[in-house]
Design a protein around this ligand. Structure first.
Ligand SMILES: NC(=O)c1ccc[n+]([C@@H]2O[C@H](COP(=O)([O-])OP(=O)(O)OC[C@H]3O[C@@H](n4cnc5c(N)ncnc54)[C@H](OP(=O)(O)O)[C@@H]3O)[C@@H](O)[C@H]2O)c1
Length: 249
């Protein structure tokens, strides 16, 4: 049986952990050649590349700290060179950077949150867009957060604001991309069971999960399946949309 993403070349940022890892694994299993991008965790990225290769897939690990301009600015070009083209970009890498109560937020903390969660994905998307436009089109998926709906937690206003900016980027790029077959969408994950929560107080997490209509964490695979849908044939007539995958929130 033919695979839904056979022949596609896709860069997944933040694929050394959590949602990005599950996404790279799923896209590769559907026939795509993937760049497993990592920030610090090279070992984890290389382990995933070996796993994908062992299953008969194609993957390459490329590192870049997205808070470092010189590293960030070459990631798309390096990915295009490694894969021999680019049909898809999953802008997944992100985090709060530094959880901080609203009244203690500093300019530096604000700027770091925006640099990682809004600025980096936009400039990666801009480079990917230029390549896709010149080669018949492509797909860009931006990973936002359900936090946008709630204004973040008491210590993540800067992060949820940056994710809201990323949703603005999504709508604007979708408009620019429609005439040239570059389709751009965003996903708002709810509370997903990944290492991003490893420093959270377990009691707080229990209270947070109790607020979710489906009463459980989501899994990385549940987000990956939505990404694979939008990047594959299921997404052919979808652009400029923001999808919550969040257990009913
Ligand atoms: N999990 C949730 O509940 C949840 C909810 C809403 C939205 N999200 C969003 O979903 C995305 C994935 O989150 P996750 O839960 O899978 O987190 P995770 O397991 O902590 O993984 C985060 C990934 O981002 C990369 N990354 C972080 N900072 C980076 C930097 N400065 N430069 C390069 N890469 C960097 C990490 O790479 P290294 O570890 O190699 O440095 C890692 O691969 C994020 O955008 C997050 O905001 C998650």
């Amino acid at each position: 049986m033919s695979k839904s993403l056979a022949g596609k070349k896709i860069l997944v940022t933040g694929a050394s952990s959590g949602i990005g890892e599950a996404t790279a694994r799923l896209l590769a299993s559907e026939g795509a050649a993937v760049v497993v991008h990592y920030g610090q965790r090279r070992d984890a990225a290389e382990k995933l590349v070996a796993e994908i290769a062992g299953a008969g897939g194609v993957a390459v690990a490329i590192g870049a700290d997205l808070l470092e301009l010189d590293q960030r600015s070459t990631l798309v070009a390096r990915s295009i060179e490694a894969l021999g083209g680019l049909d898809g970009l999953v802008n997944n890498a992100g985090r709060i950077v530094k959880p901080t109560p609203v009244l203690e937020l500093t300019l530096e903390g604000w700027r770091d949150a925006f640099a990682l969660n809004a600025e980096a994905p936009f400039f990666l998307a801009q480079q990917a867009f230029a390549h896709m436009q010149a080669h018949g089109g492509g797909r860009i998926i931006n990973i936002s957060s359900i936090g946008v709906k709630f204004g973040g937690s008491p210590t993540s206003l800067h992060y949820s604001s940056a994710k809201q900016a990323l949703e603005g980027v999504t709508t604007g790029l979708a408009k620019a991309g429609a005439p040239v077959n570059v389709l751009v969408n965003a996903i708002r994950p709810g509370v997903i069971d990944t290492p991003i929560h490893s420093h959270q107080d377990p009691e707080n997490m229990k209270r947070r999960v109790a607020m979710i209509p489906l009463k459980r964490f989501g899994t990385s695979e549940e987000i990956a399946r939505m990404i694979a849908f939008l990047i594959g044939p299921g997404g052919d007539f979808i652009t400029g949309q923001i999808f919550a995958v969040s257990g009913g929130e």
